[in-house]
Design a protein. Sequence first.
Length: 711
Amino acid sequence: MAVHALLNPTLAHAAETSTATATGDSEQDMVVYATASDAAADEKQDYQVKTTRAGTKLLLTPRDVPQSVSVVTQQRMQDQQLQTVTDVLNNTTGITSNLVDSERSEYYSRGFKITNFTFDGIPASVGDAWNYGDAASDTAIYDRIEVVRGATGLMTGAGSPSASVNMVRKHADSKTFTGTVSASYGSWDKQRYVADISGPLNDAGSVRGRVVTGYQDGDSWLDRYHKSKKFLYGVVDADITDSTTLSLGYDYEDADTGNATWGGLPVFYSDGSLTHYDRSLNASADWTRYHTSARKVYIDLVHNFDNGWNLHVNGTHAENTFSDKLLYVMDYPQQSSGEGVTGYGSMDRGKRELTSVDSYASGPFSLLGRQHQLMAGISYNRQHNATYSQDGITDPDNYNIAASDMGAFNNNWHGDIAEPQWQGWYTNADDVVRQKSAYTAARFSLADPLSLIVGARYTQWSTDGSSGNMEKNNVTPYAGLVYDINDVWSAYASYTSIFQPQTYRDSSGSYLSPVTGKSYETGLKSAWLDGRLTATVAVFRIEQDNVGSEENGVYVNNSSEQAYYATKGARSKGAEFELNGALTDNLQLSFGATRYVARDKDGRYNPDQPQTDFKLFTRYQVPSLPELAIGGGINWQNRVFEDVSAPDGSTRRVYQGSYPLANLFARYQVTKQVAVQANVNNLFDRTYYTYMNNYVYGEPRNFSVSLAYQF
């Protein structure tokens, strides 16, 4: 039986029940999966998963989801040493990024900025103040990372039509004591220690626990930069009955950075020529710092009914905080002396509290003599975001650190300037955002080769606080059609949407309608080797409308508040290809290629993002020496540009040419318990920028070696 037999709703239900009760009814697992693969041990090392709830919350094979879905598994993260979600996204098909400074990143899909991050399906909206946080999470606590590209309003509510990133936590699923401890050392004195231990907490194994903890410390290619972090994750899974499993989890992560940067390096010298600094130049002052902390507690209940239905209830409370002292370098230095640069000091702090409850049920039903699937759920999400700042003053007449205090800004600059006088806290933002939603999706078996997925989400969205008080209601539709051409190939088409409320008002005082995003996608999907290898060829179009734009010379009700009007927005269209999984039992491969064109009324949209890129990574288990695994890959992107203000007041276009980044790895299993691994990143030591509004360099060639002990 091929995995794609899950198209049969009865088998789909069987797989769903089996997956949901993996900790309770092991005999049922044997029934479903014994025919699904003759190489279960190999599957643990796969780069692909058999089933996913990504996109619809219906348990489907990747081939049956009518959108582009990428899954990065534990094995892929281990092979490539993808230690943060940022690392994962930088190596995921169709995802590009900006490293804005040493601590913050932005992510894009198909030309649009990603704002939707979810944890086990629970959404958290990410604003500019929080782009340091969710994607900085350590991957040691996650089983896999799922990325659905395009609009995802059915699952996430408000957001952008870019993509949704779902981080799936590990569970205590072992009835025997097992675990792994590892240590690694790498370039810039980076040290990392991780322990992942799980086992039964009672004789029957019906109560199990798992702890993942780690510590990391190291410098950087940036002078004077130092960062340390620690994290702890604990979860208890208890089989309350044969049909009910309760999970309780806690996640803590804390990071401290010394000499953190804010922004990058000047793009132009005072004479208008482009700057050329060393990659190691750190623009921070020696008093700058950055601290982040994240705490999450969650509870998850799964109950399996005798009729094949499942009930999931998930509650989460999370608190994220940050605090910093930062220096922003401004103006244009003289090329010969380095003089003429000024700075801006800022001290900031913020807290985000998220409380969310999500509950849904799914299972099979019969209609007109055929078996179908249905999912329905409700959710409540409350998020409180508050950020505060202090400005630094050295000159009473302005808020800038004077050029005379900055001195010569060149490759010998070490940030030894006096800390400014801080002028007292003020509020940047203090808002509470609430989302109340009801959602549903159904998968109808119209004929043996044809299935239809339809769904919708109704969202009541409201905000109150410093950005204004507003309420918006929205219905987000979802529709997808999948046709099985044969046992391997399927054709699909889908329409999805998403919305994002905005606090701009028109001249009469009415809030503008939400920004809307729509995704149209069609393509082919395939699955080989019992679903261990999948391929997707997709053609897509994304539309974003109602974007607020200033109405020159017009104000709200003749006040001083700027009036806005809704514009047509941006359009993106293109194609993607992804091949992911096991080519053979010995060869794992992930290859993705993306080409799109995104434009708005002013021309190319987000031109600093590559519109053509491909990403390849492989893992090969040497048959003649099975203890040895080798592999590597390459990421390539095309030329990008940014329009930057020049010293003469004009706007000049700055380009960065295309470039490849090559990576290698090798792992040797010394004994059954002990393994050693080596990784090299940016093998050819290419120099490139990750941000061009100010120059921020990407990391040079670097290496790491690690030792792991499994018991």
